[in-house]
Design a protein around this ligand. Structure first.
Ligand code: NAD
Ligand code: TYD
Length: 353
């Protein structure tokens, strides 16, 4: 048996591939375009392991995807591939439309053509699992109930709008063509192998480098934080037992304002790797210009996946952040590899100009 993932050299996809091989041993074909966010170093422990097949390519390349499906005959496709950073979507939305909307469309069409040729048993066992975000639901007020699967779609950034569009395509391919789809909408992930353009790894690495820790606006925006390994176990659960056509929200039950997240990182680093000289890493906190259209609050009501499928997260924010910080302290070679010239160009575009 084989499953095919897209975007498996990225943050969540990479963690998923590593956990999948460790837990199930089933072969996994991994299609990734290797954009700035894709990093084969994450998968280096799988070199020479024939349970992992890496295929360098674009989900938007229909012929390429169709030939992979014909060759490997997967029983499921899990779509992680995306442009994923809100700030980059503000600077350049075109790539988000190309990969998240047109790319997902192409993947769905290739999947549909493949699925239609399967025999009845294979057809009913096949799954297309689409990994999406809570950002499609828009922004919550301080006292609003967390997002449930029935919330209206109200995306506010080019990133979330492109993900919302992809979710609608996935839904339509089920209703119109019968493709057996599942969709997960999760909150902000954090953990090992996270590219340091996102808040948590950026703050860890800037702190260690003695650089400013940039807080957008007043730092009171709220996110729910989900440890990436918990997210991977949720996806495995939905793939195994989710009801076809259903949407599952996945969250960590960890709502925190950004400033509190940064304080926790500073305090943990103060304990694990005290600053050279005096003072706390908190001294490096710097308030900077806010993100345009910055969503104030995301929160996930993850009761459906717990009630229907028995999944809930294992990590608290405190246990997850300690694991994450320790991982960055112990994996400086991975960090050195991803913080290349292109990464430095992004930092100067976003934080200096
Ligand atoms: P990421 O940016 O770290 O990785 C994306 C991966 O997709 C990279 O390896 C990249 O090379 C690959 N890719 C990009 N365009 C491609 C294309 N056209 N064809 C093939 N591969 C391509 O993203 P992530 O944080 O791992 O997110 C994975 C998925 O989870 C995304 O769909 C994202 O929208 C969703 N998500 C992420 C978060 C989060 O907190 N990181 C939260 C909610 C949802
Ligand atoms: P991010 O990690 O980019 O995820 P998302 O925008 O998908 O939620 O940002 C998390 C929060 O942290 C978000 O409210 C924006 C904020 N933020 C900062 O305050 N400073 C930063 O340098 C970054 C990258 C994010």
């Amino acid at each position: 048996m084989t499953v095919l993932v897209s975007g498996g050299a990225g943050f969540i996809g990479g963690n998923f591939v590593l956990d999948w091989i460790a837990q199930s041993g089933e072969r996994i074909v991994n299609v990734d375009k290797l954009t700035y966010a894709g990093n084969l170093d994450t998968l280096k422990s799988l070199r020479g392991d024939d349970r992992h097949v890496f295929a360098h390519g674009d989900i938007g390349d229909r012929e390429f995807i169709e030939s992979l499906l014909r060759t490997h005959q997967p029983r499921a496709i899990i779509n992680f591939a995306a442009e994923s950073h809100v700030d980059r979507s503000i600077h350049g939305p075109a790539a988000f439309i190309e990969t998240n909307v047109v790319g997902t469309f192409n993947l769905l069409e290739a999947a549909r053509a493949f699925w239609q040729e399967l025999n009845d048993d294979e057809k009913s066992a096949f799954r297309f699992l689409h990994v999406s975000t809570d950002e499609v639901y828009g922004s919550l007020g301080a006292t609003d109930a967390p997002f449930s699967e029935n919330n209206r779609y109200e995306p506010n950034s080019p990133y979330s709008a492109s993900k919302a569009a992809s979710d609608h395509l996935v839904r339509a391919w089920h209703h119109t063509y019968g493709l057996p789809v599942l969709t997960t909408n999760c909150s902000n992930n954090y953990g090992p192998y996270h590219f340091p353009e996102k808040l948590i790894p950026l703050v860890i690495l800037n702190a260690l480098a003695g650089k400013p820790l940039p807080i957008y606006g007043d730092g009171q925006q709220i996110r729910d934080w989900l440890y990436v390994k918990d997210h991977c176990s949720a996806i495995r659960t939905v793939l195994a037992n989710g009801r076809v056509g259903e949407v599952y929200n996945v969250g960590g039950w960890n709502e925190k304002p950004n400033l509190a997240v940064v304080h926790t990182i500073c305090d943990t680093l103060d304990a694990l790797k005290p600053r050279q000289g005096a003072g706390s890493y908190r001294d490096q906190i710097t308030f900077v210009k806010d993100r345009p259209g910055h969503d104030r609050r995301y929160a996930i009501d993850a009761r459906k996946i717990e009630r229907d499928l028995g999944w809930k997260p294992v990590e608290t924010f405190e246990s997850g952040i300690e694991k994450t910080i320790s991982w960055y302290l112990n994996n400086q070679d991975w960090v050195a590899n991803v913080t290349s010239g292109a990464y430095r160009d992004w930092l100067s575009q976003q934080y200096e100009n």
